[in-house]
Ligand binder design. Structure first.
Ligand SMILES: Cc1ncc(COP(=O)(O)O)c(C=O)c1O
Ligand SMILES: N[C@@H](CCOP(=O)(O)O)C(=O)O
Length: 464
């Protein structure tokens, strides 16, 4: 299996190289050259299988023979043993025909663990095989960072540098990152927004001298290794509700578009999904794009679902590539316009193709809070604010008879103030995080300046 860049100017790479590269050298994102397909019989055979079995069946379609079967199996088993629920990603029916898919049973209580526990093991394997070390740089609005730090801490093959926006994460999210004191972990609180953090990471990838000198690698969902692991739970959830004999729809709280793009990939592989619903908070650039056909940046507003306070939705580029008939030149033009004038119009064929597969809705702050309160009152189920955005949008949608699955992307205890303000209930952290507020923190506050960041990273990485 080869992977090609959405901008068409970088060499096609195999799975391991695409994962180590993170971002393509032309600034694009890697996607599979062809979509592997699973037949209805193969999908039906997932019924009753363990999560790791389905993960192996799906992921091995992308790794081909690059990772030996026994090694891939051991990596997947190790990744999902770190989850504290026997089903890994259980489904809970919160009201008639509306389910939440709990993706937060991993070590850091957010859906990012599902992919990160896999990615860290794959990268470690490839780097060890090649006798190399890499410098991992990631941008986070709170959850990617803690999941990545937890997954890569203590590994000899990698040094990890995570940029978070100073003062814009929840306190639990910040502490989950800054209290990890392993020598290979470096936390940077950037004076800026999440979009600034993400821009800085992309600029490091586009500075080829720096990229090569530190053997730069990325763990944001620009990395195909993240997406591939997230495809799995769409199959697991849909099959448990009757797929492929019955269609299902998914609503996904969306920021960087990685999670919902994984759902699109599952559909391309043959999973019968009726609709993929993009749920945004007040930072509603994606919903506006679906309404108007124009992607237009306006500014980021802080919300009670801070992990989705994003405007530059990286993985939307992958969808643009697919929806524009894989026209890499058209994608490059749109991305150049975004950089120059903070917006672009989608070609007619592209927006029509997107509207055929996706719907979109927005949940403002009040609607999100009242969704937390109502769901607690009616179903005794406590939603985190990101999941509440999804549930709120799914409830307001005109729906068909198929089951709706809203992705529960974080545990409510990661956002105790917002959840308590909405419901009166203060969700407790699980016992293994019970002393989080007593643990010492280590963090470096840095200016949003590319030279400062590159000097900081270059002088601390062991991969240089
Ligand atoms: C809790 C939570 N929900 C939803 C999202 C949005 O996911 P994505 O960026 O893949 O769209 C994020 C972060 O990205 C998150 O941390
Ligand atoms: N919400 C994310 C933002 C980064 O998204 P990613 O999926 O591209 O890593 C976070 O929690 O950091």
């Amino acid at each position: 299996m080869q992977f090609v860049s959405t901008r068409g100017q970088a060499p096609a790479l195999g799975f391991s190289d695409a994962v180590l590269a993170g971002l393509a050298s032309d600034g694009g994102l890697y996607v599979p050259q062809v979509w592997p397909e699973l037949s209805p019989d193969e999908i039906a055979a997932f019924a009753g299988k363990a999560y790791a079995d389905v993960a192996y069946a799906v992921i091995s379609r992308f790794t081909g023979d690059e990772i030996p079967a026994a090694k891939l199996r051991a990596i997947i088993d190790g990744a999902y043993q770190s989850f504290r629920h026997p089903s890994v990603t259980p489904l809970v029916e919160i009201e008639s025909n509306h389910f939440v898919l709990e993706l937060f049973h991993g070590p850091t209580l957010a859906f990012k663990d599902v992919a990160m526990q896999f990615l860290s093991r794959i990268m470690d394997h490839v780097l060890t095989e090649r006798g190399l070390r890499a410098t991992i740089v990631g941008a986070t609005s709170g959850d990617t960072g803690s999941a990545a730090i937890e997954a890569f801490r203590g590994r000899d093959t990698t040094d990890i540098f995570i940029l978070h926006p100073l003062g814009r994460t929840s306190e639990v999210q910040r502490r989950q990152m800054t209290t990890v004191l392993d020598a290979n972990v470096h936390n940077i609180a950037l004076e800026g927004t999440f979009d600034d953090c993400q821009d800085a990471v992309k600029a490091m990838f586009n500075n080829h001298a720096f990229r090569d000198s530190v053997r730069l690698s990325g763990v944001n969902s620009i990395n195909w290794g993240r997406i591939v692991a997230q495809i799995v739970y769409y199959f697991v959830a849909a099959v448990s509700l009757g797929a492929p004999h019955r269609k299902v729809s998914f609503t996904v709280p969306t920021g960087n578009f990685g999670d919902i793009f994984a759902g699109y990939c599952a559909k391309r592989m043959g999973l019968p999904i009726e609709k993929l619903v993009i749920a945004t908070n007040a930072n509603d650039i994606l919903r506006r794009t679906l309404d108007t056909g124009r992607y237009e940046m306006t500014g980021v507003a802080p919300t009670i679902s801070p992990s989705m306070d994003i405007q530059i939705s990286s993985n939307f580029e992958r969808l643009l590539f697919e929806s524009a008939g894989r026209d890499a030149a058209a994608v490059s033009r749109m991305m150049a316009a975004l950089k120059q004038s903070r917006g672009f119009d989608l070609p007619e064929n592209s927006i029509a193709a997107i509207r055929a597969e996706f719907a979109a809705g927005t949940s403002g702050e009040e609607a999100t809070s009242s969704t937390i309160a109502e769901t607690w009152a009616k179903s005794a189920y406590l939603l985190d604010p990101h999941t509440a955005v999804g549930v709120s949008v799914a409830r307001n949608l005109s729906r068909g008879p198929e089951p709706m699955i809203t992705l529960a992307t974080a545990h409510p205890a990661k956002f105790p103030s917002a959840v308590k303000a909405a419901s009166g209930i203060e969700p407790a952290l699980p016992s293994w995080l019970g002393d989080l507020y007593q643990r010492p923190e280590r963090v470096n506050v840095l200016a949003n300046d590319q030279r400062v960041l590159e000097n900081f990273i270059g002088s601390r990485t062991r991969a240089a």
